[in-house]
Design a protein around this ligand. Structure first.
Ligand SMILES: [Zn+2]
Ligand SMILES: [Zn+2]
Length: 243
């Protein structure tokens, strides 16, 4: 399966990532990536940008080097009710919102608590996707999370960096992919790049998609049109005027 959209990347603004938006776009263009989302970490992450950074993302061109840039965030889930580290009025201005559990922002607890956090995040109208839900540090009830994504018309991410930085996640990621397929839930693939050279790198993700024989129609990253359609769907969901 050819993936031309990357929905999860970090720029130098994240504090522990090392390339500018321009460098990311250039590298994406060189590697045949047609669209990527800039999803720097939300303010609760150490060294991450503050709220106003996200309010000003509109200055980033919609397209650079022929690559469409989606303005987003990887917001942090900061309690087990699924609360995020950004107020709704900021989330409303973005094109794409990822919600994630990170152990530097919230202490791992029970499977039930992790599951509830992801389910409640998926119920939040501003959230489009939960990232790296296969992280074994935050083990969840996979079926329940997939069902919540389905009920709320949301996405599940298959994260390429997980296989490197989140030890033991492979089995969980495969299970997530399999259950998404079984339940007809759409997935997005994120490189989780923290440097330009990793934008659009999906080696491990592709293996998982193959393993479960994922139908192409459930993978939004195979065409920019599919992704634009989803972004439009988001605007309708939020009642935001179409630009
Ligand atoms: Zn990061
Ligand atoms: Zn993350």
């Amino acid at each position: 399966m050819k993936l031309v959209v990357d929905t999860h990347t970090h720029t130098i603004s994240s504090g522990h990532a090392y390339s500018t938006v321009q460098e990311m776009a250039k590298e994406a263009s060189n590697n045949g990536i047609k669209m990527f989302a800039v999803t720097d970490h939300g303010p609760a992450m150490l060294g991450a940008p503050q709220l106003y950074h996200f309010a000003n993302l509109k200055v980033i061109p919609k397209e650079l080097y022929g690559v469409r840039i989606i303005r987003g965030v990887e917001a942090n889930i900061i309690d087990y009710s699924g609360k995020l580290d950004m107020p709704d009025e900021y989330l409303a201005r973005l094109e794409f919102v990822i919600a994630s559990l990170h152990d530097v922002c919230i202490t791992p607890a029970t499977v039930e608590q992790h599951t509830n956090a992801l389910i409640n995040a998926l119920k939040n109208p501003y959230v489009d996707v939960v990232a790296h839900p296969g992280n074994p540090a935050f083990q969840v009830d996979i079926q329940k999370v997939v069902e919540a994504a389905k009920e709320n018309g949301k996405l599940i991410e298959i994260n390429n960096a997980s296989f490197r930085v989140r030890k033991g996640c492979e089995e969980n990621c495969r299970e997530f992919a399999y259950r998404c397929k079984e339940n007809g839930v759409r997935v997005v693939c994120g490189s989780d790049a923290h440097i330009s050279f990793d934008v659009g790198v999906f080696e491990k993700v592709c293996k998982i998609l193959e393993d479960v024989d994922m139908p192409e129609e459930l993978v939004l990253n195979t065409s920019t049109e599919k992704m634009e359609e989803f972004l439009m769907e988001r605007k309708k969901r939020l009642g935001i005027g179409v630009r």
